[in-house]
Design a protein around this ligand. Structure first.
Ligand SMILES: *Cc1c(COP(=O)(O)O)cnc(C)c1O
Length: 494
């Protein structure tokens, strides 16, 4: 008999056997994982994938799952490895990974109540909890696929709000477009690129995003913001939203939220706080005050898949005033008619079918408690402070700027190395480290200078581990430096 490949009453045993086997193999892989990446070449990976004929004879479930090991798992990037420090990816909490298995199997879609029943209330409970942490009593919100989507959603709400405030009731096409063309979004040059992308998607003008001046560390300058808002009002443009960032992607800088909120209140402008990265501070036992003022925003983005140790995807947009969220509502007779008396999450989301990602955070909070999660983020921040000191004291490394959260911006530049040579080495070091797979870091540009970037998000990583990553960066730099700069670099094993 050919067993159905679908998960049903009659295949539950097969499901359990299959998934147990996958989990056991994966556990073995993680146990023996020696580096964040195998270092396999791009060319080989591309050819290996292209050689698979998706119309070929089927392998059967077990063989297809075993094939995943050699096709994918062995050459995946392991964010949990202590030598992984490239981007804002975290190791994942075990209760959340287990919950992910549950939500994938049950396959709940949190759109209408009749598809998600109790899940609806669990998501709403978590949203209220997050709103409470922000200081939005009675706030509302919805889970999204990530910070990019949360920012788009927030700016959509801000646009609808501005149209309601500046328009004359129900807006016809021409009035709507002419108002939209006058709208401006104020951010800084360090805001996430999804702000620009959202402005474009929302049909604002090409020049719609204005960069407000920053201080020398990259934080929004509130007096510059006030001046910009004044100029905008005098020229007849509409300040649709100010986007403050609580943890910029490169420098982890937190804009002065209280002073920014003052300026927004004075000009009645929607304040969105992008706390995709810094959101973890909401549960920090020692650093919650860094987010003071966030409670004065109209909307907030939080990425649980960054500083709350959740598997991708897990993010939320939270609004202070639930009525604002209603602007997302759209009704279909077959799904969520206008007169529905059931709590339909689809009314508040840009998505329709939507994963029950909330279950992962729910399980994490129930298993570990919020304080433990916050303490884990604190450990990352303490580690980063220690790494800043190490880099500052290292004669071969140059710290470019201090950061507020968990990034480290530096260059490989021994004393006698010219700036141009250090510039040239930045992408060379990054690429050579990726090719070796032994340690992964990123590169960016700070104050016009290229530099290497560590993003630390693993509370179990030690100072010793990071010294190892820095040692690899130095050896790699020394190896690729032009003659005259090939200084012997000692590998520190303290
Ligand atoms: C990561 C990040 C985003 C984008 O979030 P995704 O989950 O990657 O879509 C937005 N803003 C900031 C400040 C971020 O760090």
């Amino acid at each position: 008999m050919n067993l159905s490949p679908l998960l049903t009453n009659s295949t539950a045993d097969d499901y359990a056997r299959t998934v147990h086997a996958v989990v056991d193999r994966l556990a073995a892989q993680v146990r023996s994982c020696a580096a964040p990446f195998s270092g396999e070449s791009r060319d080989l990976l591309e050819r290996r994938v292209a050689s698979v004929d998706l119309d070929g004879a089927p392998l059967g479930t077990d063989a297809a799952l075993v094939e995943i090991d050699t096709m994918f798992v062995e050459d995946a990037v392991w964010f949990h490895h202590p030598a992984y420090a490239a981007h804002l990816n975290c190791p994942v909490a075990i209760p959340a990974v287990a919950a992910e298995a549950v939500l994938a199997a049950v396959n709940t879609s949190v759109d209408t109540y009749d598809q998600s029943t109790v899940g609806t209330y669990m998501e709403r409970h978590l949203i209220r909890w997050t709103a409470g942490r922000i200081g939005f009593d009675g706030g509302a919100g919805v889970f999204t696929s990530g910070g990019t989507q949360s920012n788009l959603h927030a700016l959509f709400l801000a646009r609808e709000h501005a149209l309601a405030v500046h328009g004359s009731g129900i807006l016809a096409g021409a009035e709507r477009s002419s108002l939209q063309e006058r709208m401006l979004v104020l951010a800084t040059e360090h805001s996430h690129f999804s702000v620009q992308k959202s402005a474009l998607l929302l049909g604002l003008g090409e020049d719609a995003v204005i960069c407000v001046p920053t201080d020398s560390d990259g934080r929004m300058d509130p007096s510059g913001l006030r001046l910009t808002l004044d100029v905008i009002e005098r020229t007849g443009r509409i300040p649709m939203a100010v986007v403050a960032t609580a943890g910029t992607t490169d420098r982890g800088c937190i804009d002065p939220l209280g002073a920014v909120a003052d300026a927004c209140e004075r000009s009645v402008t929607w304040l969105h706080v992008d706390a995709a990265y810094g959101g973890g501070l909401l549960v920090s036992p020692t650093r919650r005050h860094l987010l003071d003022g966030i409670e004065r925003a109209a909307s907030v983005t939080i990425d649980f898949h960054k500083s709350f140790f959740q598997p991708v995807s897990s993010s939320a947009i939270i609004v202070r005033n639930p009525a604002d969220l209603a602007r997302t509502g759209w009704h279909a007779d077959y799904l969520n008619p206008d007169d529905a008396d059931e709590p339909n999450q689809v009314d508040t989301s840009l998505q329709t079918t939507r994963r029950f990602d909330a279950l992962k955070l729910w399980t994490t909070l129930r298993a570990l408690g919020a304080d433990r999660v916050g303490a884990m983020f604190d450990r990352v921040l303490d580690l980063t402070a220690a790494v800043h000191r190490i880099v500052e004291e290292d004669p071969d490394l140059h710290l470019l700027a201090r950061t507020d959260l968990s990034t480290v911006l530096f260059r490989y530049q021994p004393d006698d190395m010219a700036d141009a040579e250090a510039d040239r080495l930045v992408p060379v070091i990054r690429a050579a480290m990726l090719a070796s797979g032994r340690a992964l870091l990123a590169k960016t540009v700070v104050r016009g200078r290229p530099c290497l970037k560590l993003t630390l998000l693993n509370p179990d990583t030690t100072v010793h581990d990071v010294r190892g990553v820095l040692a690899i960066a130095k050896t790699t730099g020394a190896t690729h430096a032009r003659p005259g700069h090939a200084l012997a670099t000692t590998v520190v094993t303290r």
